[in-house]
Design a protein around this ligand. Structure first.
Ligand code: NAD
Length: 470
C-alpha cells in the first residue's frame, strides 16, 4: 500500500497544502492499493510560480542545451521502464503487452522531440526583418488516466524543446504512475522549476491552470466535454490551447480486403488498450455482400482473445479503469440491445470467473445503423459496431458522419485505392492495413476530436510564437 502525499514543485518533493485523500483502486480486484493526497488551488499556484521563475532563464537557453536536458529526462525515465509498466498494469489495468509498448513509445517521443529540434529554424531573416520563434511561456498540461506516461512524455518533451516550463496535472486516478514519473524527473536533475507536477482534481488544480493568467498555454488530453470547458475558461486569458479529445473512429473494410489481415487489424485497433483508447477503431464499415463472411471471422477471432488479469503476458483485454467506467460500458451495451442492434458476441455482465474486477466481455454488435447511440458516442470500452454499406461513397459518408474525427482505418488489398479512401476520411490520422505509429508525424484530431497537433516539429511549434524585429 503506497501513500502519496507530495507534489513535485520547484525541483523538490513538496508537501501538499490540499488535504483531500483519494483512494487508488486496483481495477482487477477493486481493492484499495494506495492513497494520494490531492492538491488544491494553492498547490497549483505554487507550481505555476516556480515554472514562471524558471522560465526567465530557461526560455533563453540554446537548442543544444535543451536537447541535453531532454536526453537526461529520457534516460531517467527509461531507467525505470519496468516500474512504469508495473504501475500502469496495477493502477489502470493496462495489459502487460500494451504497458511495455507504451513505455517504449513514451521514451521514443522524448527522443523524437530532441531530434526534431535540429529541424527548427528559430531565427531567420525575412527581407530586412529578423523573425524569431519564441517559447510562449508557462505551459499547463492536463492528462487522462489511460496512458499517463505517454501524455506526460510527449507534452513535456515538446514544451521543454520549445523553451517552455511546465506544470502538469495528471489524472487523480494515475497517482502511482505519476509518483514513478516524479522520481524520474527528480533523478534527471534538471534546473529547478522546469517540470512541476501537482496531483489533484480537474475541477480544482486543472481549473486553476486553465484560469491562471501566468499560464500561457494549455495542452489537454481527455474527453471532449472537458476540452470544451477548458477552451472556454482559457479564453478569458486568451490561452493557446492544444486539445486532444475523444473519438469514434471508423474502420472501412474494402471489397478487396484480405480478411486474414483485416480481422486482426480490426480487433487490434478496436480493442486496443482494452478499448480504452481515444484512437480505437470502433465503427467497422463492411460491404453488404461480405457481411456474413466478416461476421463469422470476427466471432471466431474474438473467441481466441484472452480477457484476463493484465499482468498475464497473453492477456489481450484487461479491466476497465474503474467501477464507474465498467458501469458506463455496461449501460452502452444495454442501450445497443434496446435500440435494436444484434449481439454477435459478448454482451452484458462480467466474463465468467472475472466477477471481482471491472472486466467487460469483448462485445461486437451487428445490424448497427450510424444513428444509434452506440455508433455516435464514445464508449471507451471493448465494444465494436458493425455497419454495412453498399458503395464506397456510402462507406466514406458513414465514416465522416460523426462529430468526431480523430483516427481512421482502412483494410484493402489495393494499396493505392485504399490510400484514395484514406484521403477522403475526415480524421487526423488514418492507418492502412496495419497500425501506424511515427513519433515524428503529427497527431491530433479534426472536428470535435480536438485542436492542434502533437509530435515532432509540429508539437514543438505549438509552444512557439513568432516575433518580428524591424
Ligand atoms: P477526462 O476529460 O475526464 O479527464 C482528463 C483530465 O482532465 C483529468 O486529469 C481530469 O482530472 C481533468 N479535468 C476534469 N475536469 C476538468 C476541468 N473542469 N478543468 C480542468 N481539468 C479537468 O478524461 P478521462 O476520463 O481521464 O480520459 C478519457 C477521455 O480522454 C476519453 O474521452 C478519451 O477519448 C480521451 N483521450 C483522448 C486522447 C487523444 O489523444 N485525443 C488520448 C487519450 C484519451
Amino acid at each position: 500500500m503506497k501513500h502519496i502525499t507530495q507534489h513535485y514543485i520547484g525541483g523538490k518533493f513538496t508537501d501538499s497544502v490540499g488535504q483531500e485523500k483519494f483512494e487508488l483502486i486496483n481495477p482487477s480486484t477493486n481493492e484499495v492499493i494506495g492513497t494520494v493526497v490531492l492538491g488544491n488551488e494553492e498547490d497549483a499556484q505554487r507550481a505555476i510560480a516556480a515554472a514562471k521563475e524558471a522560465f526567465k532563464t530557461y526560455s533563453r537557453t540554446t537548442a543544444e542545451q535543451r536537447a541535453e536536458y531532454l536526453q537526461r529526462l529520457h534516460d531517467a525515465i527509461l531507467a525505470r521502464a519496468d516500474d512504469h509498466a508495473q504501475a500502469l498494469i496495477k493502477e489502470y489495468g493496462g495489459p502487460a503487452q500494451m504497458a511495455q509498448f507504451l513505455v517504449k513509445a513514451s521514451t521514443d517521443l522524448i527522443l523524437s522531440a530532441k531530434e526534431s529540434l535540429k529541424n527548427i529554424t528559430f531565427k531567420e531573416m525575412v527581407g530586412e526583418t529578423e523573425v524569431s520563434m519564441n517559447p510562449v511561456g508557462v505551459a499547463g498540461h492536463i492528462t487522462p488516466w489511460n496512458a499517463n506516461i505517454l501524455y506526460f512524455c510527449n507534452k513535456t518533451a515538446a514544451a521543454l524543446a520549445a523553451g517552455c516550463t511546465v506544470v502538469t496535472k495528471p489524472s487523480e486516478m494515475s497517482a502511482l504512475q505519476t509518483q514513478v514519473i516524479m522520481e524520474c524527473v527528480n533523478a534527471a536533475n534538471l534546473p529547478a522549476g522546469l517540470i512541476n507536477i501537482v496531483n489533484g482534481r480537474g475541477d480544482v488544480v486543472g481549473a486553476e491552470l486553465t484560469r491562471n493568467p501566468d499560464v500561457a498555454k494549455i495542452s489537454f488530453t481527455g474527453s471532449t466535454a472537458v476540452g470544451k470547458s477548458i477552451a472556454s475558461t482559457g479564453a478569458a486569458t486568451l490561452k493557446r490551447v492544444t486539445l486532444e479529445l475523444g473519438g469514434k473512429s471508423a474502420h472501412i473494410v474494402l471489397g478487396d480486403a484480405d480478411l486474414s489481415q483485416a480481422i486482426p487489424f480490426i480487433l487490434g485497433s478496436g480493442f486496443m488498450n482494452s478499448g480504452q483508447a481515444c484512437i480505437a477503431g470502433t465503427r467497422i464499415l463492411v460491404p453488404e455482400n461480405r457481411l456474413e463472411e466478416v461476421k463469422s471471422a470476427l466471432k471466431q477471432a474474438v473467441g481466441h482473445l484472452k480477457v484476463g488479469l493484465p499482468e498475464q503476458p497473453d492477456t489481450a483485454i484487461g479491466p476497465m479503469v474503474s467501477k464507474t467506467q465498467y458501469q458506463r460500458v455496461q449501460s452502452y451495451i444495454l442501450k445497443g440491445i434496446e435500440e435494436g442492434a444484434e449481439l454477435l458476441t459478448g454482451g452484458p455482465g462480467h466474463p465468467e470467473g472475472l466477477e471481482q474486477g471491472n472486466f467487460v466481455k469483448p462485445t461486437i454488435f451487428v445490424n448497427v445503423t450510424n444513428d444509434m447511440t452506440i455508433a455516435r458516442e464514445e464508449i471507451f470500452g471493448p465494444v465494436l459496431c458493425v455497419i454495412t454499406y453498399k458503395t464506397e461513397q456510402e462507406a466514406i459518408d458513414i465514416a465522416n458522419d460523426s462529430p468526431y474525427g480523430l483516427a481512421g482505418y482502412v483494410s484493402g488489398s489495393d494499396i493505392q485505392h485504399a490510400r484514395k479512401i484514406a484521403e477522403q476520411m475526415e480524421a487526423g490520422t488514418v492507418s492502412i492495413n496495419t497500425f501506424g505509429h511515427n513519433p515524428f508525424a503529427p497527431f491530433g484530431g479534426v472536428k470535435q476530436s480536438g485542436i492542434g497537433r502533437e509530435n515532432g516539429t509540429y508539437g514543438i511549434k505549438s509552444y512557439l510564437e513568432y516575433k518580428s524585429i524591424f
